[in-house]
Design a protein around this ligand. Structure first.
Ligand SMILES: Cc1ncc(COP(=O)(O)O)c(C=O)c1O
Length: 447
């Protein structure tokens, strides 16, 4: 039986369901949890993890799940990838923290060198490192406002940018992200996006709608930046129609508005390119990233034009933990693994397996309204047969059936009717296909 690569935990690469889900030990843990963990923090699949690696997550009851989630697009190189483990072990034995703002260290500089090389565009770039995606977004907005001396920020329908006060304002969906948590930060404006399955517009037509709103309702002279995910993540893996991003980026350039690509979910090989902006040949002024960057460790970044990033006064950017050396050791390991193991190619390979299989399922089952995505960021939209109306109940039924059979899948979408798949890029074809077999049965039984 195959196991994952050497180093880290050796996890048998086999789906195994030996108890009801959740199993008895997880249910015991759940009892302890509800006494001490806020009810506001929920878990999609309340099985407690013992170890994970390759394409498998193993729980404390001995169940092994095929991982089609990667901890929401984080463990793209697989859990406890040997390069990540080795780097982190070495780093933690050297020093745990000095604070880069107090006494700096090489790994911060090295990561920024790599970000300058790996992000789109050949222009001079600078980076600043943070702890989470939302923190990167907060800082990108600070930087854009400072540089342009303008206040307004544009985001799009279905956008997701985090859960801090500013990023909640930037996030579209009310439940569960915003309800009751306001008032929200001001000067955030939402314009139409490109959602080909629903709007049936070309990229250019959709962009003209957004541009008209920006010009008429905000004014380019008030607008600091457009912040957009090149493929929308939590909003439902919405791939914009070709040309949409380019039109927006060109308009931004012509109007002294910064174009900020939020690549927190799409970055680091996930979509079959190092960054999803590359699919449209868009070179953003600033890029925010996190998730897949750290190979499971919390690290985030803003990378962008040197003139924009260097405009900030010394001390204007930072934070106690931003660019923590242990997290950066993880990032260096993850980037090395992406390059050495050709994980961009692997993401394309995953797409080449998933899209035809899902399209085939869609041709046989009217519950699947749309199949979309790039690389290993793929989704299906579940609808009421013969319509484009969302069916969140059926979506949940399918998810639950997959979980009960040992396949970890997630939902997304403003209407909760998108099933999204984010397998680790190191998953075997065998496990991926087995996961899709389970999904297919779950869809048939939900119909
Ligand atoms: C596109 C995007 N931006 C920002 C965030 C927020 O990142 P974090 O949860 O690390 O704060 C996410 C998280 O899902 C995301 O997908």
């Amino acid at each position: 039986m195959s196991t994952n690569t050497v180093g880290g935990p050796t996890v048998e690469q086999k789906r195994k369901v030996v108890t009801s889900i959740p199993g008895p030990k997880s249910l015991e843990m759940q009892k302890r949890r509800i006494e001490v963990v806020s009810a506001g923090v929920s878990s999609t699949l309340p099985v407690y993890v013992k170890r994970a690696g390759g394409g498998i997550v193993e729980d404390i009851d001995g169940n092994s799940f095929i991982d089609l989630a990667s901890g929401i697009a984080v463990t793209s190189v697989g859990n406890s990838h040997p390069d990540v483990v080795k780097n982190v072990q070495e780093a933690v034995a050297q020093f745990t923290h000095t604070c880069f703002m107090i006494a700096p260290y090489e790994s911060y500089v090295r990561v920024c060198e790599l970000l300058a090389e790996l992000t789109p565009g050949k222009h001079p770039k600078r980076s600043a490192l943070f702890n989470s995606g939302a923190e990167a977004l907060e800082n990108a907005v600070k930087i854009a406002r400072y540089f342009t001396k303008k206040d307004a920020i544009v985001v799009v329908e279905h956008g997701y940018h985090g859960r801090t006060n500013l990023t909640m304002a930037m996030t579209a969906k009310n439940m569960p992200y915003k309800k009751g948590f306001g008032p929200f930060a001001p000067e955030i404006y939402r314009v139409p996006t490109s959602y080909p399955f629903h709007d049936e517009l070309s990229g250019k037509e959709a962009a003209l709608h957004a541009i008209s709103r920006m010009e008429k309702e905000i004014g380019a002279d008030q607008l600091a930046a457009i912040v957009i995910e090149p493929i929308q993540g939590e909003g439902g893996f919405i791939v914009p129609a070709p040309g949409f991003l380019t039109e927006l980026a060109n308009w931004a350039k012509a109007n002294n508005v910064l174009f900020i690509a939020d690549e927190v979910q799409t970055g680091f090989a996930r979509t079959g390119a190092m960054f999803a902006s590359e699919h449209e040949n868009v070179v953003p002024d600033l890029i925010t990233m996190a998730k897949g960057m750290g190979g499971g460790l919390p690290v985030a970044a803003v990378t962008g034009r040197a003139d924009v990033m260097d405009a900030i006064h010394p001390g204007g950017l930072g934070g106690t933990y931003g660019g923590n050396p242990i997290a950066l050791a993880g990032a260096l390991g993850a980037i090395q693994a992406i390059q050495n193991e050709k994980l961009i190619e692997k993401a394309k390979h995953i797409e080449s397996i998933m899209i035809p299989r899902l399209k085939n399922m869609s041709s046989q089952n009217q519950l699947i309204g749309d199949v979309r995505g790039r690389g290993a960021m793929i989704a299906i939209e579940i609808v009421k047969p013969g319509t484009k109306d969302p069916d969140p109940d059926k979506t949940l039924k399918i998810v639950k059936a997959c979980h009960a059979e040992g396949v970890l899948v997630l939902t997304a979408g403003t209407y909760g009717n998108v099933l999204r798949f984010l397998p680790p890029l190191v998953i075997s074809d065998e496990l991926l296909n087995e996961g899709l077999d389970v999904l297919e049965k779950a869809i048939i039984s939900a119909s």
